[in-house]
Structure formats: structure tokens, C-alpha cells
Design a protein around this ligand. Structure first.
Ligand code: ADP
Ligand code: MG
Length: 463
């Protein structure tokens, strides 16, 4: 019928506008490399902040002792205690607790947020088992993974530039987040010192390097997306300080804020952006990360319902609710292998109160999930190529056997199989067989928590 033809035309147009042929990916990668240079050259020189982390030494394996880590960066936060055994012993023991952050805390007051965190930390410490205490007379030390853009002032202090990923607490912006946490720890009477403030990408890089010396970069694909890598200190013109002994500095790219005329943006992306808490910002993140993918799918379904009676002659009211279709739901539909797409039917029913869909309707929904996930996955591969190009590791020099490992982490990468496979396949396609043999993507499972504990150890007050 005419309605069905209209629906197919809308999907076809969406597919065309999302397409990421190899040539376009190369343009995106080149633009990423250009912006990296610009962001390193001067403060405010690029959409890419290329933040200096003050991490100029990555873990060696010699780190020893009991350290804590706090990982705040999405809807959950984690507290960890890690017993490091030193040379050849690595992580002897580790324990963690995960707490979800109530939405009102994410958009309330700074004191409210940090008191909430301090309380969870105090509870974690109070439940500590025997033989799992800091050495007598020593203060507990913590690595704080804080995954929002921060202007570091030192390894253990930094001011919040802006919130992302659904957080919005005005009075934290411009404040030293370690100061805020320390005050909350004092309010609750917990004697603990923050010795390292790191981004999750930096933590993942540190955690990855701890077990594999070839790790040169880390990428997070979770609620948001970001990347960090090891840069030559000489290649950072905006760095005013002394050159570190190692000659290296880890850079937090904040690549979620990348944007380029080469990015395939559609009307749905524009609408998602203008309805968001941070319009005009984090455009790369809004195309790639777990917070947004499901909502792009919802927006396409909404258009189909409104303009092509895709779900019958009325628009299902639930479909109008932002973020009602989450990326894990999208992923579940996308991976549905049952012949009659049972999973798609049950998600439609449970989440959107849509029943009695035809098989061809459900197939079209899977196709829309595929378009959105594939675009995000391929753009993340292009971003990784951008980093490899900046480091000159996108080609093989004659007889070169140097391996480059990129540590990956985040719920999207971990759980969305089709996304992960598409990302890895696209990277191989971009690099070619020969170069690909030297570039490895490695899952750094919870590297960011352990990485923060490692950096807390290497910046301990007792060294
Ligand atoms: P964060 O990025 O908040 O630190 P995670 O790395 O655990 O946390 O990532 C969580 C995100 O991963 C979720 O917001 C969601 O978008 C995505 N995710 C989690 N599970 C799945 C899944 N099964 N399929 C697809 N995406 C998932
Ligand atoms: Mg995380």
C-alpha cells in the first residue's frame, strides 16, 4: 500500500543519510587528526580539548599496597579496594560495590552529589573485612575516576569544565572536584586522601598498560564515549611546564565533543541534539554512545508512526517519551534471531505498549537498529584510526613488528556484540590486512577502576 511505500522511503532516506563508506571514514579520521593537532597547539584551539592529565608515568607492575578507587561517570558509580602485590604479583585481591545514582542527585546540588558519594564510600569502608586494612598510622588513599571534562591543575586536583551524559549540577562547574569530594569526606568524618584524579579513559589506559606494555591508547564506549592516548611531551605546544622525565604525557582527548562536516548527521540527530541537556555539544558522542543510540531509533519510529501509520492509524503515545527505548533494549531487538522476531515483539509490547505488529514491520525495526549501530561503530573505528595516524602507527615500516594495543572498555562495547564486531571489522577495513596484524583491540575489563587505584599508588604520599 501507499503507507508501506512511504515507510520504506523514510527508512531508505535515513539509511542513505547515515551511510559511512570507507572514503567518508577516512575523512572523519583525517579531521580527527587535524583537530588533535589543533587541540594540542593551544588552549581552546579545537573542539577537542586534548586535556593534559598530569599522568607522565604509567604503571610498571611494582605498585604495592592497599588502595581505593571511586569510579563516577554514568548512572552507576563504583567503589573499589584493591590490594596490589608488587612485582609479578599484580592484583592480589579486589572488592567492589556498585551504587546507582538517583536522577534527582544527578541534577541537584553539588553538596548533595558529593555527600551521596561520600556516604557510599563510608559504608564500603565500614564493611571492610579483617586483614584488609591500611597499614597502621597510614591514611587510606584513593584514586578518583571522574569521567567528565576536567581541567587538571595537578595529578590530584582539577576543575569541572562542564557536565555531560545527563548530569547537570550548575554549582559544580568551575569547582575543584577533589576539593568537593574532600569536603564531603570531612563532613561525614571519613579519613581518606585523594591522591589521583583521573578520567576513565586514563584509568583504562593505566589498567591496560599494567598488564600489557604495548597499550598506547584507551577508548570508552559506554554511556558516553571518549579516548586517551600516550603523547610525546614535545608534541604538546600548549604544555608550559617542565618536560617530564619520561618524555611522555597522557592526553584525555574528550573526543565526544568532536564534530566535523564529514559526520553523517540526520534530521533525527539534529532533533535529539536540540532537545538534549547540552545542545550543540558532544556531537560525536550523540552519534556513537549508549546514552543516545536507542533514542535515535525511537525518533525514527516516531516519524514512521506519524507519517506512514507504521503502527496503525494512531501514534502509540509511549513512543513520544524521550529515552523510553534504551540502548540495551535496542540491542536485544537487534540480536533477535528467532524466525518470527519474538524479542522485537515483546520489547514493543513491554516498553511501548505496541502489539499486533506484522513480521515485516518488525524486520524493518531490526533494520533501523542496524543502521544506527553500524554508523556508530564505524565512526568509532574512524576515531581510532585518527589516533593511530597522529601517532604514525597507521602504516607499517619495513620489518616493523611493533604492536600497538588499544584498550577498550564500556558497557556498549562489552554487551552490544553487533556494535563491537562492526567496529573491529571497520578498523581492519580501514587499516588493511598488513597493518591490522600489528594493531590489537583488547578489552580492558574494569581497567578504569584498577587503573585509578594504580595511579593512586604511584602518587602516594608515602613514596
Ligand atoms: P558508564 O559509561 O556509565 O560508566 P558502562 O561502561 O557500564 O557505564 O556503560 C553503560 C552503558 O552501556 C549503558 O548506558 C548502555 O547504554 C550500554 N549498555 C549496557 N548494556 C548494554 C547492552 N546489553 N546492549 C547495549 N548497550 C548496553
Ligand atoms: Mg564507566
Amino acid at each position: 500500500s501507499g503507507k508501506w511505500a512511504r515507510a520504506l522511503a523514510i527508512v531508505k532516506e535515513f539509511d542513505d543519510n547515515c551511510s559511512t563508506p570507507i572514503g567518508k571514514l577516512r575523512q572523519v579520521a583525517d579531521a580527527m587528526t587535524v583537530e588533535m593537532h589543533a587541540g594540542l597547539a593551544s588552549e581552546g584551539g579545537s573542539k577537542l580539548k586534548m586535556l593534559i592529565s598530569y599522568v607522565d608515568n604509567l604503571p610498571t607492575g611494582d605498585e604495592k599496597g592497599l588502595f581505593y578507587a571511586l569510579d563516577l561517570g554514568g548512572t552507576n558509580f563504583r567503589v573499589l579496594r584493591v590490594q596490589l602485590g608488587g612485582k609479578d604479583h599484580h592484583v592480589v585481591r579486589q572488592e567492589f560495590d556498585e551504587v546507582s545514582i538517583p536522577p534527582d542527585v544527578m541534577t541537584g546540588s553539588s553538596e548533595g552529589l558529593f555527600d551521596f558519594i561520600a556516604a557510599a564510600l563510608a559504608k564500603f569502608v565500614s564493611e571492610e573485612g579483617e586483614g584488609f586494612h591500611p597499614a597502621p598510622g597510614r591514611q587510606r588513599e584513593l584514586g578518583f575516576t571522574f569521567s567528565f571534562p576536567v581541567k587538571q591543575l595537578s595529578i590530584s586536583s582539577g576543575t569541572l569544565i562542564k557536565w555531560t551524559k545527563g548530569f547537570s549540577i550548575e554549582d559544580t562547574v568551575g569547582q575543584d572536584v577533589v576539593g568537593e569530594l574532600t569536603k564531603a569526606l570531612e563532613r561525614i568524618g571519613l579519613d581518606m586522601r585523594v591522591t589521583a584524579l583521573v578520567n576513565d579513559t586514563i584509568g583504562t589506559l593505566a589498567g591496560g598498560r599494567y598488564t600489557n606494555p604495548d597499550v598506547i591508547a584507551a577508548v570508552i564506549l559506554g554511556t558516553g564515549t571518549n579516548a586517551a592516548y600516550v603523547e610525546r611531551a614535545q608534541a604538546i605546544p600548549k604544555w608550559q611546564g617542565l618536560l617530564p622525565k619520561s618524555g611522555e604525557m597522557v592526553i584525555n582527548m574528550e573526543w565526544g565533543n568532536f564534530r566535523s562536516s564529514h559526520l553523517p548527521l540526520t534530521e533525527y540527530d539534529q532533533a535529539l541534539d536540540s532537545d538534549s541537556l547540552n545542545p550543540g555539544e558532544q556531537i560525536f558522542e550523540k552519534l556513537i554512545s549508549g546514552m543516545y543510540l536507542g533514542d535515535i531509533v525511537r525518533r525514527v519510529l516516531c516519524k514512521l508512526a506519524e507519517e506512514a501509520e507504521f503502527f496503525g492509524d494512531t501514534v502509540p503515545p509511549k513512543l513520544k517519551i524521550p529515552f523510553i527505548l534504551r540502548t540495551p533494549d535496542m540491542s536485544a531487538m537487534h540480536h533477535d534471531t528467532s524466525p518470527d522476531l519474538k524479542k522485537v515483539a515483546s520489547k514493543l509490547k513491554d516498553l511501548l505498549e505496541i502489539s499486533n505488529t506484522s513480521l515485516k514491520t518488525r524486520k524493518t525495526i531490526v533494520e533501523i537498529c542496524d543502521i544506527v549501530a553500524t554508523r556508530g561503530a564505524r565512526l568509532s573505528a574512524a576515531g581510532i584510526l585518527g589516533i593511530l595516524k597522529k601517532l604514525g602507527r597507521d602504516t607499517v615500516k619495513l620489518g616493523d613488528k611493533q604492536k600497538s594495543v588499544v584498550a577498550l572498555d564500556g558497557g556498549l562495547y562489552e554487551h552490544y556484540t553487533k556494535f563491537r564486531v562492526s567496529m573491529e571489522k571497520s578498523l581492519t577495513e580501514l587499516l588493511g590486512e598488513e597493518v591490522s596484524a600489528n594493531i590489537l583491540v583488547e578489552h580492558s575489563n574494569d581497567g578504569s577502576g584498577i587503573g585509578a587505584a594504580l595511579l593512586a599508588a604511584s602518587h602516594s604520599q608515602y613514596l
